[in-house]
Design a protein. Structure first.
Length: 100
């Protein structure tokens, strides 16, 4: 008798995937900060305040995004359907009957 594969529940992102996503977002935001610092040198004075504000406040938001563990891509865990649980229980009963 061939066994049926039971469906696996939908799980949230693994810790490694979540950490990788947060690290990439933080690196991108810090790259934007470097661009802001370079623009401060190139742009004339009154307009240099715009990238200066970006260079000052961007690290704060980058840390907020980097510390948001599992906030993105998090899905609700779904239970398997009851009929699959019944099939599983029935299979266990059949196995215990064979051992006798």
């Amino acid at each position: 008798m061939r066994r049926r594969a039971l469906p696996v529940t939908t799980l949230p992102l693994s810790p490694d995937e979540d950490r990788h996503r947060r690290m990439v977002r933080y690196a991108v935001m810090m790259g934007i900060r470097v661009v802001c610092i370079a623009l401060m040198v190139i742009i004339p004075w009154p307009w240099a305040l715009v990238p200066a504000l970006g260079a000052v406040f961007l690290p704060y938001f980058a840390v907020l995004v980097a510390n948001a563990v599992g906030a993105t891509g998090r899905r609700r865990v779904e239970r398997p359907e009851d009929r699959h649980l019944l099939l599983w229980e029935e299979e266990l009963q059949n196995r215990s009957g064979d051992d006798r």
